[in-house]
Design a protein around this ligand. Structure first.
Ligand SMILES: Cc1cc2nc3c(=O)[nH]c(=O)nc-3n(C[C@H](O)[C@H](O)[C@H](O)COP(=O)(O)OP(=O)(O)OC[C@H]3O[C@@H](n4cnc5c(N)ncnc54)[C@H](O)[C@@H]3O)c2cc1C
Length: 372
């Protein structure tokens, strides 16, 4: 933790602090975070900052650190929600000292904005772009993290009840039938001056609240947003970007932002040739499209199939890429379904021996019926 970071601390009562620590460390390792255990102190690098965890008499001491108040608040929510979900007998009715006070001031989620659907544009059979309009989108401007948490109201709800933040950092969800659902999406493009952001949704049917919302979206509908989340793309000379449809918006965002002297390879997986979408041209990148056996990830052919299509070709194509070994700085970025993610993580971390500063291998969604 550096002196320029903001900090907040709390203590959570748990029956077995050592067991709680093990559960948390396992979780963050599984999510590819750096976990350093040094005696009774554990430091975990996660998202916008770090957690410092220590064990005491039936308690976990927690310090979160991040460069911004929003980052501190996000980490508070992250760790307390996780403890509540994973640690048996934990008493998460705690209070925080230090930064993250935006939470206490108004009980709203960090940078919460209510957005209104404007233009609805089909990019292909499986993807739809919604232009979302809102006031003061400056916290989401380029360079602040390209992902957001969308708060999606039930179909047809015109007066959504948005969640708030409790003193312990956990979300407080309104009860009742107009409860919203939270899902993670990517800002494909944003114009703060004009007050809009574009989000590209994979249409995989009415089986999930976000896909259903996008599939039936009409101008004037409301959706909430909080964030932003995610770190900057590290500087490198050569990049590999590999993603199924869910990661295409992020890769397009990066391709538009990268200087023209950067080079690399892009691999996209979509349902078939008809599902290709227009992507930004970058002179240093070659793009390969991999098709899934004619089975759609969504759209008309795939509704209700939960993306069980064969994704082996994509994983093979990614693993076959020859990474430069001529001294250029490389960075590999992948976004995929969870089972594919495991293969790619094994490949890049174990077989290629890349460190966290050289690759980010992410799960963007989980197909129903997959283990784990
Ligand atoms: C950092 C990050 C950024 C993301 N950015 C985007 C983005 O810009 N655009 C985007 O479309 N997605 C994006 N995703 C993925 C998105 O959050 C998930 O697909 C999410 O599960 C969709 O929520 P839902 O409510 O539609 O479905 P859920 O309620 O989560 O799931 C309902 C059913 O749909 C299935 N399902 C979920 N996603 C898919 C899919 N892609 N294809 C087929 N079946 C699916 C599930 O297996 C489940 O059976 C991102 C994820 C992360 C972590």
């Amino acid at each position: 933790m550096t002196s320029t970071e903001l900090h907040a601390t709390t203590q959570v009562r748990v029956p077995d602090p050592a067991a709680a620590m093990d559960l948390l460390c396992d979780f963050y390792r599984e999510h590819d975070c750096d976990v350093q255990q040094n005696g009774e102190i554990t430091v975990i690098a996660a998202g916008p900052g770090t957690f410092r965890l220590g064990t005491g008499d039936q308690k976990l001491g927690i310090t979160v650190a991040a460069p911004t108040d929003t980052g501190v608040s996000q980490l508070q929510t992250n760790i307390i929600t996780l403890i509540d979900r994973m640690v048996p007998g934990a008493d998460v009715n705690c209070r925080w000292q230090g930064a993250g006070r935006g939470r206490a001031a108004n009980g709203k989620l960090p940078n919460f904005r209510e957005l209104t659907v404007g233009n609805v544009t089909d990019l292909g059979p499986d993807m739809r772009r919604l232009r979302l309009h809102g006031d003061d989108l400056s916290p989401y401007r380029a360079g602040s993290g390209i992902h957001v948490r969308l708060l999606v109201p039930p179909q047809g709800e015109t007066m959504p009840q948005w969640p708030g933040l409790g003193e312990n950092g956990m979300l407080v969800w309104p009860t009742g039938e107009n409860r919203v659902e939270q899902r993670t999406y990517t800002i494909r493009r944003i114009n703060v001056d004009e007050g809009w952001m574009d989000i590209d949704f994979v249409l995989h049917g009415d089986n999930g609240p976000a896909s259903r919302f996008a599939g039936h979206a009409a101008p004037g509908q409301l959706v909430g947003v909080t964030g932003p989340i995610g770190n900057d793309l590290p500087d490198a000379d050569w990049y590999l970007f590999a993603a199924d449809e869910t990661g295409i918006p992020a890769v397009c965002h990066y391709l538009e932002a990268l200087p023209t002297d950067k080079t690399g390879q892009v691999i996209f997986e979509v349902s078939g040739p008809g599902a290709k979408i227009d992507i930004p041209a970058h002179p240093g990148f070659e793009t390969v499209w991999v098709f899934r056996d004619g089975t759609s990830a969504g759209g008309s052919a795939g509704h209700g199939q939960s993306g069980r299509a064969n994704r082996a070709d994509f994983a093979t194509a990614v693993c076959d890429v020859a990474l430069p070994d001529d001294g250029r700085r490389i960075f590999c970025w992948t976004a995929s379904e969870q089972a594919v993610h495991r293969q790619l993580q094994q490949h890049f971390r174990k077989e290629c021996g890349l460190g966290r500063d050289q690759c980010l291998v992410m799960t963007f969604w989980r197909a129903e019926g997959q283990d784990g």
